[in-house]
Write a protein that binds this ligand. Structure first.
Ligand code: OAD
Length: 238
């Protein structure tokens, strides 16, 4: 059992929270998906930031603390091994804001939903900067020199994801599309598979349960990413 990636293929891997679940990072939906009774849509949006920045930072501070203690699992490691072999014929587009793909050794990673360990000004163009701090109170939230508050460098609901130009350029070259551990409900990521299907590319889903967009995938493998990814994308099979 293996996903066939040939000499002239371009591999696009879309990852979601499921790829990091076995590393100990909580997923957003399903069992354990709520944070203190809030759904992700209630804390990851500009409206929540306007109404209650302390609550929003409490949520991301909690996620930072969780993620700081996590290590890559065999799925991240297998993907990094595949990249060593394919080089520029592969890209990982992740919806995850953790650094676990990079920690495993992947270099060609596009973080479309931002990065948990970066912050930026809510107002000015100052670029995002590394930040592992936790901010638990309103008074603790730092201000930029321009007076704006510092916010997490995360794409919230209603905001435009990052790297879309590079993502669409990569999708335009893709012949093998593998989606791992994502529930298929958040757009535009959930629609990427359609653009590959439209160009007759191979489409594969790997994850614990059937995602919303499962019918769009020609090949489906249901199970844990940490077990399936190393088997399906085994380097010797490339
Ligand atoms: P979800 O929490 O919606 O879905 C996680 C998926 O991973 C589910 O389909 C699970 O069945 C699957 N899963 C759980 N454990 C797994 C395992 N060990 N191996 C394989 N699969 C497993 O997470 P996403 O689809 O990533 O965006 O969510 C998409 C976006 O919604 C996130 O990037 C985030 C969230 O709002 C922002 O915050 C902007």
């Amino acid at each position: 059992m293996a996903i066939d990636v040939g000499e002239s293929d371009f591999l696009f891997v879309l990852t979601g929270a499921g790829v990091s679940a076995e590393s100990g990072i909580p997923t957003f939906r399903g069992a354990g998906g709520l944070w203190e009774g809030y759904r992700i849509e209630e804390v990851a949006c500009p409206e929540a930031w306007e109404a209650d920045p302390e609550l929003v930072w409490k949520f991301y501070s909690w996620r930072r603390q969780k993620a700081l203690a996590c290590r890559p699992n065999p799925a991240h490691v297998a993907l990094a091994e595949v990249e060593k072999r394919l080089g520029e014929r592969m890209v990982i587009c992740t919806q995850n804001v953790d650094e676990l793909h990079e920690a495993a050794g992947s270099r060609r990673v596009l973080h479309m939903h931002g990065r948990l360990f970066q912050s930026r000004c809510e107002k000015c163009e100052r670029p995002p900067f590394p930040d592992t701090n936790s901010y638990e109170t309103l008074a603790a939230i730092p201000r930029c020199a321009c007076g704006g508050r510092i916010r997490p460098h995360i794409c919230w609901f209603g905001e435009v994801p990052f790297h879309m130009e590079e993502i669409f350029a990569a999708l335009g070259r893709t012949t093998v599309f593998v989606s791992i551990g994502t529930s298929g409900v958040v757009y535009p990521a959930a629609a990427f598979v359609q653009s590959v299907r439209a160009r007759c590319g191979k489409t594969v889903y790997i994850g614990l349960e059937a995602p919303e967009n499962l019918p769009l995938f020609a090949e489906r493998y249901l199970g844990k990413a940490g077990e399936l990814v190393p088997r399906l994308l085994a380097i010797s099979d490339l």
